[in-house]
Design a protein around this ligand. Structure first.
Ligand SMILES: Nc1nc2c(ncn2[C@@H]2O[C@H](COP(=O)(O)OP(=O)(O)OP(=O)(O)O)[C@@H](O)[C@H]2O)c(=O)[nH]1
Length: 617
């Protein structure tokens, strides 16, 4: 047996340390006693906790390695000092050597430490080792100067799997967790790049993300300084957190996806990455333009995609297209002129098409159809609503060149459908909200009876016009108040309904005969404000006289015959710097004069009457 001074202390650098016939002390009296299997990326590690006559062997290994392992153990302790053999699960790579060990050791004195589920299988070796079940011993084994805690990690990857934490050295013997496939195995992981060995191992070995998360959460409760997994490399303290964090984000259960033959680990990892990126895109981006272009980049890894186009039906069954040439801003067209004839198709009809059209792939499922359109190849992917079973959205994927229909292609397309459906539905909801918001805004700026602008809008729009007027030295702007004469009589004689009709008729006459740049506001009950940019008082005078003529030329039809309506108006030309309030007061004053002078007329104020300095900005 060696003295402490003669022991090999682990040096992470030399690769051949694994090939050496010496045990390697990875922590205080914790030894790596495994054996390198040449040309195998699936190395299996065995660890020894040196504890005098209570020494512990963890996951002893298979018949391929046990002889070398025992030679190494004997360099640390006599074999009869082994009191416990821990089997963290029951796979042959760690337990196939048990019958051999039973012969070699005084088996009655050695306890097999395991979980009852593993015991149920291991007992079939017919061994004399007494079982010591972790679940019957409060998940703890007390040794002379250290406590071993067993951490239950069910289904990662066996139902009775557990890990072992040595409280003295803070080494976590992590069983299959943190295991890795290593092309060029080293005993100690060197840097973060080692995660790429962990990734495919966990993606394939761990059945699901939830199970892995549960196991990691259990392990994280311990103050781990080093992770000693059963496969791959030992993870030193400075990489522990990094590896935990990376694993925490990993998706697992890739065997569920695997339908191709052979060990397509890398391919599956890439597919897994694609699926993860598709999900991340949906979480990260809100803008449909960003979602569409990011998804195109992602699926370009697996498909020769030239461009993506999207089509969706809105709540009025109008087709909205989202095309790259429009920067994915939705353009509405009728369903008849929609470029995709299948939009709105029901799943059964699509399946019926599939029967006649061999190009619909994959056979028998409605995933997508492969079509030549204008000598270009496109995949047409209907997105069926889960309840309606109707394709209210479609994706057209233009390809650079024909592609083989592979399982990967099918998976990418199938995985795209749900996120795309959500993205398109979300976009259509946003559009609907935007439409409603716009309608609400229009309602807030337009008087519902006359369609003229409201006073609320006047403040905003007129102040913009005034600001322009202030900047342009030679420009002019006229402000006109128009009031219907004796309007009260109409209400009093024929009722408010006819009064409303009169207001609508007059408003229509005004709106139809002013410029688009003029702003017509329903200022009061039967009072209108007309703001005329680029219009001098002279021009305003002519215009308003014309408007008055038009109003009086169109009598109101009442039950007792036609009733002539007249209007009075007051006009001023706004002075540069004059406030709205002041211009209105002057126009109102002009209107008052028109009324006072007998109504049915226009009165203008040409001079600066009523302008006082305090109104000039
Ligand atoms: N039908 C209807 N009447 C309205 C509305 N808003 C205001 N009015 C009525 O318009 C009338 C305005 O009456 P007055 O302010 O006395 O003015 P007028 O009768 O037009 O007389 P002058 O302006 O002096 O020529 C009132 O009877 C209001 O009730 C409306 O939206 N619909």
């Amino acid at each position: 047996m060696q003295t402490m001074e003669q022991r090999v202390i682990a040096d992470p650098a030399p690769q051949n340390i694994l090939a050496s016939d010496k045990p390697v002390e990875i922590a205080d009296r914790v030894w790596w006693v495994g054996h390198l299997i040449p040309d195998d990326n699936f190395q299996c590690h065995v660890y020894l906790i040196e504890q005098g006559t209570e020494s512990v062997l963890i996951d002893p290994g298979s018949m391929l390695t046990i002889e070398q392992t025992l030679k190494k153990v004997e360099q640390v302790i006599p074999l009869n000092h082994l009191k416990y053999i821990i089997c963290q699960h029951q796979d042959p790579d760690i337990t196939a050597s048990l019958p051999y060990l039973a012969k070699k050791l005084q088996s009655k004195d050695v306890h097999l430490v395991t979980h009852w589920r593993s015991q149920a299988l291991l007992k079939h070796y017919g061994l004399n080792f007494p079982f010591w079940l972790v679940d019957r011993h409060n998940w703890q084994l007390e040794l002379e100067d250290r406590m071993l805690n067993f951490v239950f990690t069910p289904y990662a990857h066996f139902p009775g799997a557990f890990c072992t934490f040595d409280g003295k050295t803070r080494v976590m013997f992590s069983s299959d967790l943190f295991g890795g496939f290593t092309e060029n195995p080293t005993l100690i992981a060197e840097d973060e790049a080692y995660f790429e060995c962990l990734r495919p191992f966990h993606e394939h070995y761990m059945p699901s993300r939830d199970i892995l998360q549960f196991a990691l959460t259990q392990l994280r409760q311990y103050p781990i300084r080093m992770i000693a997994p059963q496969h791959g490399s030992v993870i030193p303290e400075h990489l522990v957190d990094f590896m935990f964090n990376q694993l925490q984000q990993l998706d697992c259960g890739l065997y569920l996806l695997m339908q191709e033959q052979g060990h397509a680990f890398k391919k599956l990892s890439q597919l897994n990455q694609t699926l993860r990126d598709i999900t991340d895109t949906m979480l990260l981006y809100r803008d449909f333009k960003d979602i569409a272009s990011t998804l195109r980049n992602i699926i370009q890894r697996d498909l020769p995609v030239a461009s993506l186009e999207f089509f969706a039906l809105d709540s009025n069954d109008c087709c909205v297209s989202f095309l790259p040439k429009h920067r994915y801003l939705g353009h509405t067209c009728t369903q008849d002129c929609c470029p995709v004839k299948y939009l709105g198709i029901h799943k059964q009809d699509w399946l019926d098409e599939a029967e006649q059209d061999l190009n619909i792939q994959p056979a028998g499922t409605p995933a997508y159809s492969l079509k030549y359109e204008n000598n270009r190849l496109a995949l047409l992917v209907p997105l069926f609503g889960p309840k309606s079973q109707q394709a209210r959205q479609m994706v057209r994927i233009w390809l650079h060149y024909p592609t083989l229909q592979t399982d990967t292609l099918n998976r990418v397309i199938c995985s795209l459908t749900t996120p795309l459906q959500i993205a398109l539905e979300r976009e259509m909801i946003y559009r609907e909200i935007e439409k409603n918001r716009n309608e609400a805004y229009q309602r807030s700026i337009r008087d519902p009876l006359t369609g003229c602008f409201t006073r609320y809008y006047m403040e905003e729009a007129v102040s913009r016009l005034f600001a322009l007027h202030d900047r342009e030295k030679d420009s002019c702007l006229s402000v006109v108040m128009i009031d219907i004469d004796y309007f009260k009589r109409i209400n009093d004689t024929w009722g408010h309904t006819l009064g409303d009709e009169a207001l609508q008729q007059i408003a229509l006459t005004l709106r139809d005969n002013i410029r688009d740049s003029d702003i017509l506001v329903r200022y009061g009950g039967e009072e209108f404000l007309l703001c005329m940019p680029l219009c001098s008082l002279d021009e305003a005078r002519k215009k308003v006289e014309k408007l008055r003529e038009l109003i009086s030329a169109q009598p109101l039809a009442t039950p007792t015959g036609d009733h002539k309506i007249t209007a009075s108006a007051g006009a001023v030309e706004r002075q540069r710097g004059e406030s709205l309030e002041h211009a209105l007061r002057r126009a109102d004053y002009a209107l008052y004069k028109a009324k006072y002078n007998g109504r049915d007329r226009l009165c203008v104020i040409e001079d600066l009457e009523l302008i006082s300095k305090e109104f000039i900005v």
